[in-house]
Structure formats: structure tokens, C-alpha cells
Design a protein around this ligand. Structure first.
Ligand code: DSN
Length: 422
């Protein structure tokens, strides 16, 4: 990753690209939605397909010269079907949000009703936040987690649905550490005759590997992003039964997008190929085992976790009980200084703001890709706790940063010699 061709033309961008490689190599990526893709996915995604227009779908394009684009998009579709078991797959959404937009556009009219999880309880902007198109075009009400337990309040959701009579219920979340009970939400959707969209953006890889239950075949629509736990090219995906295939495809193109990003679709195809290897299941299992080790150790230090632990790849710390005067932003910034990159996050019952909330969210997908095991994650939990406990202690932060450097040396990332993973 020397970026020589870029450097010859544009030294400023080349320097920033090299800086980013170094940043990723020398810090611990614990933003729960991030991962490190393989050199093969990077190569496919930066390929000559960035030059190609291919409006339409494989075998039915509005432009000539699409034979290789067709081959690659079909491979991505077929591999996705094998990974998740869906009848129909659309791999063209540019992102997870675009995937959700595709479903809304296909199935709803402006003003129709969406019932989704509140953002501060773990939902996502594209599920209907007022600042997002979904909150502006549709009528949105939101359900919550039980603030005592941190688990989805399924009974409250059922009552809310009966009262609101939504056209679609959205499940699947961005900051929810527990297994989602898809069938329970489907039963609520059936009772009120609503569609059910399950957004598995965060847990695509865990679902594909069978370490989280699957909503495919349960919910009407399953959307996701393709660069998080599934570790493929950047973008989105929609899965559904054959009966909705034409509506979904038309909503993506020409409904909401033009030319598909074929280079990203190539990255998706290669990442899906990797995820079909048996080693991917071991990766997904280790990701969850690492999150559990992280969760247990943080709790041993006296930190409070929303829901008291995790079933998936992330933990959500509520700082208020143990460190009432410390905000998520204080911790995010001090940890970044120490080389641990995660994000401040709202927690259920948030009493501060979305910009400076009371929690932090930490995930293990990227550390696991790097080779971290439970012991290494327990060590990371110790480091996080030390900084949470004294975010303003510069000497302590400097000392933690040395221990982070020892870990990044022990678990190299993009080192130009060994592939990141086979
Ligand atoms: N921004 C992503 C996340 O961090 O969860 C979701 O789109």
C-alpha cells in the first residue's frame, strides 16, 4: 500500500492515504460498525470497474460492454443467496441507508406509517429520525427498550403497534447488544397487517455464519450493509422473497439510484466468497467470544453495561452509574489519544445530548480480524477502564498508548508481507 501512482500526481492525497494506513495499523479500531477488509477486497474495490456504467441488472442493462459487470454482479448475488439463504438479492444499494430507502420506496407511499426503535435506544437515522428523509417523508413513531433491562420491550412494541397501526415495522439495530427475537416482531407485524423490515447492517456476518439467528424467511425484507461484520466491499444489500423482487429492484434502479457502483459490487463479490469459507464461521464465533470477554472484564471493573452484557459483537457502556461526571465524549477523546478508537453513544434514558452523550459503544469485529483473542480483549478492557477512570490524566493516557502500541505490534494489520487473513 504505497500509493505510488497517486503520489506521482497528488502528493497531498497520497500522504493522507499513507497516513490512514498507518492510523489503522497503529490504533485499535473498536467502532462497532467498522472492520478491516482483506487485500483482495481492497483490490477488487479499487479496480477498473469504477469506470463502468451498468444501469439495469445482469443480462438486462441500458449500456453496452457489461459482460464482466454482469458476471461479477451475478457472482455477488449468487454468493449472497448462499450466505443468507434469501430467494432474491439486490446488491446495488450504495449503502445500508440506501437499502432501507429502497424498501420504503418500494412498499410505502409518502405519509405511510413506520414504527421503529428510537435512535437513543439503539435505532438508526434511516429508520425514521426527523433529520433523515425517512422521518420527513413518512409518519414515524418509535418503540423503545425496557430501560431497566436494556432488552427490546416486545410487549410495549405490540401495544404501540396496535395503537399506531403502522404500515411497516423496522427491527435490527445499530447499538443493541442482544439477540433480536425476529419471530416475536414478525408476530406483531402480522397482528397489525404491517410489513416487517429487519435491518441487519451490524450483524450481517454473524447471521451469515449462524452465530446470530436469521430474519431471512421471517421478515418480509432484510437489509444490511456489506462492510461491517461481513467484511466485504462497502455498500448495502436488500434481501426478500421472490414476490417482492420486481418492486425492490425498480425502487433501487431507477427509483432511487442511477449507475451501480460496480467496483464496490466487485468488492462485495470477493468478500462474500471469503465469507463462504469455513474459516469465516470461526471468525464470527471469535468476534462474539471477544465481545463477551470484553463485556465481562469491563463489568469486573465496575462499569455498567446496557442489558448487562452482550450476545453479539458490541458492548454499550452507560457511564452514569460509575462515573457520573464523565461523558462519552470525554472518554472517546481520551481513548483516541491513547490509540483506541470507539465512539461516544447515547444510552437508553439518555440525559445528555446526542453529541455529548452518557455512553460509549465498543465492538470487536475489527480486532478479531486482526487476530485478537479473549485474553487480548480482556487486556483491551483493562486499558479502556483505566482511561474511563482518569480521562484527564495525560501521563496515564500516554502509558496506555504504549501498551496499545505493544498490542498493535503483536497483531499486525496491513504490513505488505503477510496477507491480513487467508
Ligand atoms: N454509522 C453506522 C454505525 O456506526 O452504526 C451505522 O450506519
Amino acid at each position: 500500500m504505497d500509493y505510488d501512482a497517486v503520489r506521482a500526481i497528488d502528493p497531498e492525497v497520497a500522504a493522507a492515504l499513507s497516513g490512514e494506513v498507518e492510523r489503522q495499523n497503529e490504533t485499535l479500531a473498536m467502532i462497532a460498525s467498522e472492520n478491516h477488509v482483506s487485500e483482495a477486497v481492497l483490490e477488487a474495490q479499487s479496480s477498473v470497474l469504477t469506470n463502468k456504467y451498468a444501469e439495469g441488472y445482469p443480462g438486462s442493462r441500458y449500456y453496452g460492454g457489461c459482460e464482466y459487470a454482469d458476471e461479477i454482479e451475478q457472482l455477488a448475488i449468487d454468493r449472497a443467496k448462499e450466505l443468507w439463504g434469501a430467494e432474491h438479492v439486490n446488491v446495488q444499494p450504495h449503502s445500508g441507508s440506501q437499502a432501507n430507502m429502497g424498501v420504503y420506496l418500494a412498499m410505502l407511499e409518502p405519509g405511510d406509517r413506520i414504527l421503529s426503535l428510537d435512535l437513543t435506544h439503539g435505532g438508526h437515522l434511516s429508520h425514521g429520525h426527523p433529520a433523515n428523509f425517512a422521518g420527513q417523508v413518512y409518519e414515524v413513531e418509535q418503540y423503545e427498550v425496557d430501560e431497566e433491562t436494556g432488552y427490546i420491550d416486545y410487549e410495549g412494541l405490540a401495544d404501540h403497534a396496535a395503537e399506531f397501526d403502522p404500515d411497516i415495522i423496522v427491527s435490527g439495530y445499530s447499538a443493541y447488544p442482544r439477540e433480536v427475537e425476529w419471530e416475536r416482531i414478525q408476530a406483531v407485524a402480522d397482528d397489525v397487517d404491517a410489513y416487517h423490515l429487519a435491518d441487519i447492517a451490524h450483524i450481517t456476518g454473524l447471521v451469515a455464519a449462524g452465530v446470530h439467528s436469521s430474519p431471512v424467511g421471517v421478515a418480509d425484507f432484510v437489509t444490511g450493509s456489506t462492510h461491517k461484520t461481513i467484511r466485504s466491499g462497502r455498500g448495502g444489500i436488500i434481501m426478500c422473497d421472490e414476490e417482492y423482487a420486481d418492486d425492490i429492484d425498480s425502487a433501487v434502479f431507477p427509483g432511487s439510484q442511477g449507475g451501480p457502483l460496480m467496483h464496490n459490487i466487485a468488492g462485495k463479490a470477493v468478500g462474500f466468497r471469503e465469507a463462504l469459507e469455513p474459516s469465516f464461521e470461526a471468525y464470527a464465533e471469535q468476534t462474539v467470544a471477544n465481545a463477551k470477554a470484553l463485556a465481562d472484564r469491563l463489568q469486573e471493573h465496575g462499569l455498567e453495561l446496557v442489558s448487562g452484557g452482550t450476545d453479539n459483537h458490541l458492548v454499550l457502556v452507560d457511564l452514569r452509574p460509575s462515573h457520573p461526571d464523565t461523558t462519552g465524549k470525554d472518554v472517546e477523546e481520551a481513548l483516541e489519544e491513547a490509540g483506541i478508537v470507539l465512539n461516544a453513544n447515547t444510552v437508553p434514558g439518555e440525559t445528555r445530548s446526542a453529541f455529548n452523550p452518557s455512553g460509549i459503544r465498543a465492538g470487536t469485529p475489527a480486532l478479531t480480524t486482526r487476530g485478537f483473542d479473549e485474553d487480548a480483549c480482556r487486556e483491551v478492557a483493562d486499558l479502556i477502564y483505566e482511561v474511563v477512570d482518569a480521562p484527564e490524566d495525560d501521563d496515564l493516557v500516554a502509558e496506555v498508548s504504549e501498551r496499545v502500541a505493544a498490542l498493535t505490534d503483536e497483531y499486525p494489520l496491513y504490513d505488505n508481507e503477510e496477507p491480513l487473513y487467508e
